[in-house]
Design a protein around this ligand. Structure first.
Ligand code: RIB
Ligand code: CA
Length: 308
């Protein structure tokens, strides 16, 4: 049974690694890719999403551009670990192709309405596009199968401030709107992604996997110098092989009030913390990282077979 997914992302090196994992995985039917501002401005994230599709020979996949800034929080420079071009500044030669259609929000709404209960949204960046789609058409919330996202830090420190992880920090109001939507969710916060470490040994193994493996290895080596965690691919890996991961049911909220803790994910797990509330999210806390990287290698190797 294939899973129909929309991948909402801000490529971003780890987003790119996640896309390359999704492309050859026949468990997934990629309905489209929607780009959002985050790591770098929208004009670069949408161009990078199109580039990664071209690189992998998947220009058949629709790329749409969405929101160019957070809902309310001031627009801030993205993170530099992704490099100026957002893909590790490794000298990638790009073709000049027209920008993607500015229709991500309508695309999300239309795809969900066309297949009620069947579309999963994999969110790899700030949640702005999803929050706007829910604001424009609140009726889609019960029609979305589930949202599997990279964001937040349930029981560990943040990576932008002491309290907040980047995707939630960049657009805390969107994150709160989505986690409060009632849509079934699976959260890949820093608690679990910090256990998926990009090591030189692992990138060396990717280099043996032809052009895609080599490009991925170079991007991840560049990115790894600043952030050695393989964040976004965890979301895609879960959709392919969920048993690699484990977690706890909890109630997730996002702090949108305080300056000091803006974007902090507050996760209630115990009966006392829940205080009668029903958990709204499966919060991932552990990963078999050897199996995760073995999956990445096995799927990247499929590009070799395609090229042969
Ligand atoms: O905190 C990590 C997240 O922020 C990842 O999605 C990375 O791509 C950046 O967007
Ligand atoms: Ca991302």
């Amino acid at each position: 049974m294939t899973e129909s997914i929309i991948i909402d992302c801000d490529p971003g090196v780890d987003d790119a690694a996640a896309l390359l994992l999704a492309f050859p995985s026949t468990e997934l039917e990629i309905l489209g890719i929607t780009a959002v501002a985050g790591n770098i401005p929208l004009e670069k994230t949408e161009a990078n999403a199109r580039f990664v599709c071209e690189l992998a020979g998947r220009s058949d996949i629709r790329v749409l551009q969405g929101c160019g800034r957070p809902l309310l929080y001031p627009q801030r420079a993205g993170v530099t670990v992704h490099g100026e071009d957002g893909l590790g500044d490794i000298g990638l030669q790009r073709s000049s192709s027209p920008p993607a259609e500015r229709a991500a929000i309508d695309f999300i709404i239309n795809q969900v309405r066309a297949a009620p209960g069947e579309v999963t949204i994999a969110v790899l960046g700030p949640m702005t596009n999803i929050a706007v789609a829910l604001a424009i058409d609140p009726g889609i919330a019960p029609l979305i199968k589930r949202i599997v996202f990279m964001g937040g830090a349930a029981f560990c420190k943040g990576n932008v401030t002491e309290r907040a992880e980047f995707n939630f920090y960049f657009d805390p109001h969107a994150a709160q709107a989505v986690v409060a939507s009632g849509i079934p969710m699976v959260m890949f916060g820093l608690d679990v992604t910090h256990k998926a470490i990009i090591t030189p040994e692992r990138t060396e193994r990717l280099k043996r996997l032809g052009r895609i493996g080599a490009v991925a290895a170079d991007m991840l080596t560049s990115y790894g110098a600043g952030d050695p965690c393989l964040h976004d691919p965890c979301v895609i890996a879960y959709l392919i092989e969920p048993e690699i991961f484990s977690g706890v049911e909890g109630f997730v909220e996002v702090d949108v009030q305080s300056d000091l803790a803006m974007g902090q994910s507050i996760v209630s797990v115990s009966q006392r913390e829940l205080a009668g509330r029903t958990p709204n999210c499966l919060v991932m806390t552990d990963v078999d990282h050897d199996r995760l990287f073995a999956l990445l290698e096995e799927r990247y190797a499929r590009f070799l077979a395609q090229a042969a």
